[in-house]
Design a protein around this ligand. Structure first.
Ligand SMILES: [Zn+2]
Length: 67
């Protein structure tokens, strides 16, 4: 039986988290975030938020909350 979810290389597609704000992607190995040109073909993108943008958003919410 063929497994239809396998790629040509015979491995399951990699799921990569991309920041929805700055579009950096997370390196699953080192858990660091880097520019999105490194996204390989055939990966599945999952939208998230990198630590930098999380901090920026939280600060913005704090400012709005205290206004
Ligand atoms: Zn970001």
């Amino acid at each position: 039986m063929q497994q239809y979810f396998q790629t040509a290389a015979g491995v399951a597609p990699q799921i990569v988290t991309i920041c929805m704000y700055c579009e950096k992607i997370r390196d699953n190995g080192s858990n660091s975030w880097s520019a999105s040109e490194k996204v390989k073909e055939g990966v599945l993108l999952s939208h998230g938020m990198c630590p930098n943008c999380q901090t920026a958003v939280y600060k913005e919410l704090e400012i709005l909350g205290s206004a």
